[in-house]
Design a protein around this ligand. Structure first.
Ligand SMILES: [Zn+2]
Length: 196
């Protein structure tokens, strides 16, 4: 794991050989956030196999983000201090093994992350055929919590940034009925419920 900064965002980049649960535990036990925090680790809720797939994919890696507490919005009671997510590169020419090395050498640039979007694993329900899947979905909400204050200071508006990122996504349709299911689905994994 290494703390890096790309596109103005600081986050912990997880290497393929890292032990995610161990890294999450280290961060959670050494909080940089106020008390009443709620962490959102991935390692305890997602299967080991899926974590490994995302951690070492040709177009995915894992990363732990810190939620920005300087939001100009009223905070609810309890918020996520750390959130583990997946990074998904929409540009398939990216070589993530090279990027791992560049990060170790500190020779990476913002350009390496330009086509990366933040995603998480969740259930994706198709209202057309009623199948339910585990899917990797772009986390459009996180941009609101993480990017807005920084983007504001960087002469690019949150909306521009958000639309730039989500505009890169080629949304995947339901593998059963080929309809859009209303989420930014990047990849479907296992089917967990059959609608028929
Ligand atoms: Zn469907």
């Amino acid at each position: 794991m290494k703390l890096i900064k790309a596109e103005e965002i600081e986050f912990f980049y997880i290497f393929p050989e890292d032990d995610l649960v161990k890294e999450e535990t280290t961060l959670i036990n050494n909080p940089i956030m106020p008390e009443n925090r709620v962490n959102l680790p991935m390692g305890r809720y997602t299967s080991k196999q899926l974590i490994e797939t995302l951690q070492n994919g040709t177009d995915t890696r894992l990363a732990i983000f810190r939620i920005n507490t300087q939001l100009p919005l009223p905070l609810k009671d309890g918020y996520d201090a750390y959130q583990t997510h997946s990074l998904f590169w929409t540009n398939k020419d990216i070589n993530l093994k090279e990027l791992d090395q560049k990060i170790k050498d500190d020779s990476y640039t913002d350009e390496d992350f330009r086509s990366a979007v933040i995603a998480h694993v969740q259930y994706a329900f198709c209202r057309h055929c009623h199948n339910k899947y585990i899917a990797l979905v772009c986390d459009d909400v996180i941009y609101m919590y993480m990017y807005f204050p920084i983007a504001l200071a960087k002469h690019i508006s949150y909306q521009d940034y958000y639309y730039n990122k989500t505009g890169m996504i080629k949304i995947v349709r339901c593998p059963n009925c080929n309809e859009f299911i209303g989420l930014f689905v990047l990849r479907f994994f296992d089917k967990v419920e059959d609608g028929n």
